[in-house]
Design a protein around this ligand. Structure first.
Ligand code: KIV
Length: 273
């Protein structure tokens, strides 16, 4: 059991997240991609777990999120859901599964929900994907939007730099956020945009705004678990706070194990039958 205080042990719902915003309670979200990490992260008290398509980078070693498939995302989401007791589980719809048309989007969304038992889905984009968003919501599936830096569009952006610094892109982002709220999304992630813009969006919407590199004046934060645990090498954007250095911890442990095997210290008499 976690030593961290969880005020309300009931399963978190999309409704609860909206209530948290109304009450001014901050929302803590992290990614997880497998059973073991998800059970630890859940026990430690996060409100929501994102089965992010960052699994493509973090779990599979791809350069972008684009290659991960629907089947692979379903595998990750199923593993996470099996572990989680309290947090809301949101699964990313991978690139190519909701952009073609709304019928294909809803078919893929239903498949993820049926096979994984996730609580909600996340889609990247605003006005352009609105028909898909509406159709999925009409099927009774909760959606978290994602605006700002959208990694599935990296080939269009050409860079992972901060988005919406100019007025035109900032206005579009604000409009998209409002459209997502009006359509019925329960929350929106804002990635890597100026803190002042994220604040304005959070103040203009009544659904929670979850930031990653979007400053502190939003309703919650999300980080990639392996980044905040110090397992992702040199990757250290300004917005990332490292809470541990697990790469060093694991490296020490493995190094000691190798040494113990080679020196015949492991296993000893008590470690055998
Ligand atoms: O896939 C992911 O990890 C994400 C977060 C960066 C928000 O979308």
């Amino acid at each position: 059991m976690s030593k961290y205080i969880v005020e309300d042990p009931r399963k978190v719902t999309t409704h609860r997240l909206i209530e948290m915003k109304a009450k001014g309670d901050k929302i803590a979200m992290l990614t997880a991609y497998d059973y073991t990490m998800a059970s630890i992260v859940d026990a430690a008290g996060v409100d929501a777990i994102l089965v992010g398509d960052s699994a493509s980078n973090v779990m599979a070693g791809n350069v972008t999120t684009l290659p991960i498939t629907l089947d692979q995302m379903i595998y990750h989401a199923k593993s996470v859901v099996r572990a989680v007791k309290r947090a809301l589980v949101v699964a990313d719809m991978p690139f190519g599964t909701y952009q073609v048309n709304a019928d294909e989007a809803v078919k893929n969304a239903i498949r993820i929900m049926k096979e994984t038992h996730a609580d909600a889905l996340k889609l990247e984009g605003g006005e352009e994907i609105l028909p898909s968003v509406r159709k999925i919501l009409d099927a009774g599936i909760p959606i978290m939007g994602h605006l700002g830096l959208m990694p599935q569009s990296i080939n269009k952006f050409g860079t992972y730099a901060v988005r919406a610094k100019d007025e035109e892109e900032a206005n579009k982002l604000m409009k998209d956020a409002k459209l997502l709220e009006e359509a019925g999304c329960f929350a929106v992630v804002l990635e890597k945009i100026p803190a002042s813009l994220a604040k304005r969006v959070a103040e203009s919407l009544s659904i929670p705004i979850i930031g990653i590199g979007a400053g502190g004046d939003v309703d919650g934060q999300v980080l990639v678990c392996t980044d905040m645990l110090g397992m992702s090498g040199e990757f250290s954007p300004r917005f990332l706070r490292r809470y541990a250095n697990l790469s060093d911890v694991i490296c020490d442990a493995v190094g000691n194990y190798v040494n113990d095997v080679k020196t015949r210290d492991f296993p000893n008499e008590k470690e055998q039958y």
